[in-house]
Design a protein around this ligand. Structure first.
Ligand code: SF4
Length: 409
């Protein structure tokens, strides 16, 4: 336990002397979900910050990590329509993208030159189901569906660049995921929220059947059944209640307790975007967002916690005071195609603010160190085929490895 950790623990013990919940949280004992929700709702954020940082610091790690990535925007057509999204484009739009494999590989090669280790492949949700243009694009490339193309492209990127693919193509089925396991180090799929209420008329996910929490949770479970490391996350400020945030986090934690494959949770603050149905909706307030981040650190056991730095350019370093330990994927060469109006800070800037908070910034791979270094589980979570690519990357770039052996994240 760090000195800071001991001080926090003493302070917390004194302050919450009669509070059984905090004792149970610290000792990792079962807490009734209603009691926990009450505690997280009614405790002051500054005290939640102390508890969250205590829980983060007790891993003993002084590192805050990021993944150096290249963003491959493969196809931005999507069968769904979330009320906050500007990533999705219509086929007639000048901004519609349908890359050929050679274009995608060319982008990946730029990433390789820029010493990136993650090839993030992003698509809309099953575009071929809705758009004949997407179907034609796939047929012209010799594929019946997007999953086939993703498997083929991931394999090419892996073998031609040595970078590790990490695919985010929405709510994949177990069969679709299994096609990616030998070429992808991990997957990404935001849960967004466990609230079915948000699928009702006038709400953010009314026109996005794939954002029904039943569908998303099923995908998370399928990834677990395949022992496929996955990153998920919540979008905060889309008219969910705080109780629903807590419920979402508890569900994620329970799934991870069963399978151990949820490597990271992203807490993403909603930003209204021009031209969307939610253009005039408000972003979450700063105190509310901090409360949500601390709730995540307090609830999620053995799962890394990330907030994207580009969505809070002037104050992202403060999130380190709420218990996060990762900045997610940052690209030195490609934009955040999902949030193009929010450029990533430079890695130098992230390094500086991380250092100012007393931490050391370290690069990691798109699959978390615990799945690589722990020989008991690495065979289970990392496909044998990927191991030959992972080791050289760690050695070449001096990535986080041994420091995390005894740590939880
Ligand atoms: S599913 Fe994803 S890409 Fe499609 S509309 Fe929703 S946020 Fe946009």
């Amino acid at each position: 336990m760090t000195v800071n950790g001991i001080q926090n623990y003493q302070y917390l013990s004194k302050k919450f002397y009669s509070n059984e919940i905090i004792y149970k949280i610290i000792e990792k004992k079962m807490v009734d979900s209603h009691d926990l929700t009450d505690f997280l709702t009614n405790t002051e954020v500054k005290d939640l910050n102390l508890l969250a940082t205590f829980l983060r610091n007790r891993t003993g790690s002084k590192f805050v990590t990021y993944s150096r990535k290249v963003f491959i925007n493969l196809i931005n057509l999507c069968k769904d329509s979330c009320s906050y999204c500007t990533y999705k484009k219509e086929p007639t739009s000048m901004e519609a993208v349908m890359l050929s494999p050679s274009q995608a590989i060319a982008i990946a090669k730029l990433g390789e030159k820029a010493r990136c280790t993650e090839a993030l492949i992003v698509t809309g949700e099953r575009p071929e189901v809705k758009y004949k243009e997407a179907k034609r694009w796939l047929t012209s490339l010799g594929h019946r569906n997007l999953s086939e193309l993703l498997a083929d492209l991931s394999e090419k990127i892996l073998s031609q660049t040595g970078m590790l693919p990490h695919t985010n193509a929405g709510s994949l089925t177990k069969k679709e995921m299994s096609m990616l396991k030998s070429s992808n180090a991990s997957l990404g799929m935001m849960l967004e929220s466990s609230s079915e209420r948000l699928t009702h008329k006038g709400k953010a996910h009314e026109k996005a059947p794939s954002k029904n929490p039943k569908v998303r949770l099923k995908s998370l479970i399928s990834a677990g059944e395949l022992n496929f490391p996955i990153t998920t996350g919540l979008l905060i400020g889309i008219d969910e209640s705080f109780d629903e945030i807590v419920e979402s986090l508890l569900l994620i934690n329970n799934i991870n307790k069963k399978f151990g494959h949820i490597q990271e949770v992203i807490m993403q603050n909603f930003l209204p975007k021009k031209g969307t149905l939610m253009e005039y909706a408000k972003s979450p307030s700063y105190p509310y967002f901090l409360r949500c981040i601390t709730a995540a650190r307090i609830i999620l056991e053995d799962i890394s916690l990330q907030v994207p730095p580009n969505l809070s350019p002037n104050l992202y370093s403060n999130y380190l005071d709420s218990g996060i330990n990762d900045w997610g994927g940052i690209s030195p060469i490609t934009p955040d195609h999902v949030n193009p109006e929010s450029p990533w800070p430079t890695i130098e800037n992230v390094n500086m603010v991380t250092r100012e908070k007393g931490f050391t910034l370290r690069a990691r791979l798109p699959v978390y160190p615990k799945y690589i270094i722990n020989s008991q589980i690495s065979g289970k979570f990392v496909h044998n085929r990927l191991k030959d690519y992972i080791e050289p990357l760690i050695d070449k770039y001096g990535l986080v490895r041994e420091e995390f052996i005894n740590n939880e994240y």
